[in-house]
Design a protein around this ligand. Structure first.
Ligand code: SF4
Ligand code: SF4
Length: 417
């Protein structure tokens, strides 16, 4: 933990109202200011206690405090350094270790996720009935079962998708791990939208994890390995701009040079590649393809790693608002996390559920036909919270909405409840 970064905090407390865990529990040590205070104590020699580790684990890493802080405190860097310290120094309980091992040996590996598709598909109808049993066994297993989305058919995207009409750019596309296996329609829509907007889209096969999960979970060495592999993949593909459609992946790929700072040659290679969010890139490129009407009311949800970590808020709203017939609605308390936060809803299911319930209440209150977000984790989390209230919520990714408009599909084609 960098003592200089800790010193930047002037304890003003402006970040407190935007912190979801402070809002839930009202405990100073579960606020950004309190966690920074614990970091300071540790840096000054206090050993890391299980209680301290618990307060750090309870942080969603949503970065709402980074947006709110008037002193520019780099809580994002601090919590990443702290999580790594927790992993090095704190001995977790055996069941916690076993569950974390399961998650980290599974999620960053698309092939292993692919192997899960069939069992998940076969148990799809059983899952709601299994859930109470799993809940008694371990709430984390129940969360895993209830959050797993319906398994869609696989979609094959060619290695190169040609630009429609005059070619305006050549870009790479990051396919992601969970995104490619469980939300392949989002990747397919992303490639089509880019192509219709005049981009040749290069989709290197065999892409692995970008390292987002590892870097946000205190596993920097593993994250650096994934980062090097991703950089090399796109270098071989001959692109310098890589479009990313998942918020968590977007924020971690943009920070590759910082992650690889101890390895100057790789940090330089990271700086030579530009990773950019899809909405950010399309806004820069400017619209070319015709937007067909889409008569639908949409509630747009800011994924934390897009809004707080990347500062991308206006671009997706502008893209959606430019679709004729589409009415855009804001969700109250938009800056507060939905509780998904990467793997948070698996590791901290109770807190995640409370936050999901609050967010679902706000979303349903808006009365929109469709919830749109740039992170599948968020939409899964909010849709699952809506199901607990006996409501079904149609959800879609920004790319899918744009794709439907560009291809003149009906609004009813969007979002499965
Ligand atoms: S990252 Fe989110 S949960 Fe963690 S301290 Fe900041 S606002 Fe609170
Ligand atoms: S993190 Fe920023 S907003 Fe929060 S207490 Fe410290 S200086 Fe104030």
């Amino acid at each position: 933990m960098d003592p200089e970064l800790i010193k930047d905090c002037v304890h003003c407390g402006f970040c407190l109202p935007t912190c979801p865990t402070y809002e839930l529990w009202g405990e100073e040590m579960d606020s950004p200011r309190g966690r920074i205070h614990l970091m300071k104590q540790h840096v000054e020699g206090t050993a890391l206690t299980p209680e301290m580790a618990g307060h750090f684990d309870a942080c969603l890493g949503c970065m709402a405090c980074v947006t709110a802080c008037p002193s520019g405190v780099r809580y994002d860097v601090l919590i990443e350094q702290t999580r790594a310290e927790v992993e090095r120094e704190h001995r977790r309980r055996w069941d916690d270790r076993a569950f974390r091992a399961l998650v980290f040996r599974l999620f960053p590996y698309p092939r292993r996720l692919r192997a899960l598709r069939l069992p998940l598909r076969l148990t799809e109808r059983l899952r709601p009935r299994l859930s109470p049993l799993l809940e008694r066994l371990d709430p984390r297993l129940a969360a895993m079962a209830t959050l797993a989305p319906p398994i869609p058919r696989r979609v094959r995207i060619p290695g190169v998708v040609a630009a429609r009409g005059e070619r305006r750019a050549v870009v790479g596309m990051l396919t992601g791990c969970v995104q490619s296996e469980f939300f392949p329609s989002v990747n397919a829509a992303t490639a089509r939208v880019l192509a219709l907007e005049g981009c040749e889209v290069v989709v290197p096969p065999g892409q692995g994890c970008c390292g987002a999960l590892s870097v946000h979970s205190g596993r920097p060495e593993e994250a650096a390995r994934f980062a090097r592999r991703t950089i090399a993949t796109f270098e071989r593909a001959g692109v310098t701009t890589v479009v990313v459609n998942a918020a968590g992946c977007g924020s971690s790929t943009k920070e590759y040079a910082e992650l690889l700072a101890d390895d100057p040659a790789w940090a330089e290679r990271a700086r030579a590649l530009r990773f950019v969010d899809l909405a950010e890139y399309l806004a820069e490129l400017g619209p070319l393809a015709e937007r067909h009407p889409l008569p639908i009311m949409v509630a747009y949800h800011d994924a934390c790693h897009l809004a707080h970590a990347q500062g991308v808020r206006a671009e997706p709203r502008a893209l959606l608002a430019a679709i004729p017939g589409l009415r855009l609605r804001e969700i109250p308390d938009a800056a507060i996390c939905c509780g998904s936060a990467g793997t948070y809803n698996l590791f901290q299911p109770e807190a995640a559920r409370e936050l999901g319930d609050k967010k679902a209440g706000h979303v349903l209150g808006v009365g929109a036909d469709l919830l749109v977000s740039a992170n599948p984790g968020c939409t899964m989390q909010i849709a699952s919270a809506a199901r607990r209230r006996g409501e079904s919520l149609r959800v879609a990714h920004t790319a899918e909405v744009l794709d439907a408009s560009l291809r003149a599909l009906p609004a009813s084609s969007l979002g499965s409840p």
